[in-house]
Design a protein around this ligand. Structure first.
Ligand code: SF4
Length: 213
C-alpha cells in the first residue's frame, strides 16, 4: 500500500477507534487555550487543567492576567514546571492580546506565531481547535507515531514532520488526526513501554510491524 493510501486508511481506522477524540486541555475561551498550551510544555494536560483553575479564579480575563505581577503568575503555575519562563510568556502574551488585538486571539497563523511563547505546535492547535482551520499539531506523540507507522522516515524535528505530513494528509483531516494520535500514543503506541502492537488496530498496515512502505 502506498503512503498516501495508507495514511487515509490509518485516518479512518483511528476515527473508528477514537470517534470523540479532541483536545485534552480544558478551555472555554480562545485565550485560555493559549495559556494552557504554554503551560503544557513538559507537563501533563491533566496537571495543566488543575493549575489553570486557580489561575482563572484569581485572573478571570485577559485584562486581569495582563495586569498581574509575573511573580504572582509564576507562583501559581510553578507546579507545571518552567514556572519563570511560562509566567513571563503568559504575561507578555496577554499584554500583546490586550494592546494589539483588542483582547481577541488572532485567527491568523503568522500572527499567532508572533505572540510570546507561541510556536508552530501551539499556533496549529489554536487554528484547528478554536478556528476550525486546517492544522497539524506535531507533539511528541505525533512525531513518535508517524515515524513508527512509516508516514515519515526518521524525521524528528517538529517543523519537518509537520511539512511532511501536510503533503500526505488531507487538510481537513489533520487536526482530528493529530488528536487521535495523542489518544493512540497514550493507550496503545506508548512511549515508555514497548508499543502494544498485538492489540493495535493498525498492526497490519504499520511499518514497524512489517508493512511495506
Ligand atoms: S502497530 Fe505498534 S508501532 Fe504500529 S502504530 Fe500500532 S502500536 Fe504503534
Amino acid at each position: 500500500m502506498r503512503k498516501k493510501e495508507r495514511v487515509l486508511e490509518i485516518i479512518e481506522r483511528l476515527k473508528k477507534e477514537y470517534p470523540d477524540a479532541g483536545c485534552t486541555l480544558d478551555y472555554n475561551e480562545a485565550w485560555k487555550l493559549l495559556v494552557s498550551v504554554r503551560l503544557a510544555a513538559q507537563c501533563t494536560d491533566a496537571r495543566v487543567n488543575v493549575v489553570v483553575e486557580g489561575l482563572y479564579e484569581k485572573y478571570p480575563d485577559i485584562d486581569a492576567l495582563a495586569a498581574a505581577d509575573v511573580e504572582d503568575i509564576e507562583a501559581i503555575v510553578r507546579p507545571c514546571g518552567l514556572g519563570k519562563s511560562k509566567a513571563r510568556d503568559i504575561s507578555a502574551c496577554m499584554k500583546m492580546l490586550k494592546e494589539e488585538y483588542d483582547g481577541r486571539v488572532p485567527d491568523d497563523f503568522d500572527a499567532l506565531l508572533k505572540l510570546p511563547g507561541v510556536g508552530r505546535k501551539s499556533a496549529n492547535l489554536i487554528m484547528g481547535d478554536v478556528f476550525g482551520k486546517p492544522a497539524i499539531v506535531t507533539d511528541t506523540h505525533c512525531i513518535r507515531l508517524v515515524n513508527r507507522m512509516g508516514l515519515v522516515d526518521g524525521i524528528k524535528e517538529p517543523k519537518k514532520v509537520e511539512m511532511a505530513l501536510w503533503k500526505i494528509i488531507p487538510p481537513k483531516e489533520g487536526n482530528d488526526f493529530c488528536h487521535r494520535l495523542v489518544y493512540h500514543g497514550r493507550d496503545v503506541c506508548t512511549a515508555r513501554t514497548k508499543p502494544y502492537c498485538d492489540k493495535c488496530c493498525l498492526a497490519d498496515i504499520c511499518k514497524k510491524v512489517g508493512a511495506d512502505k
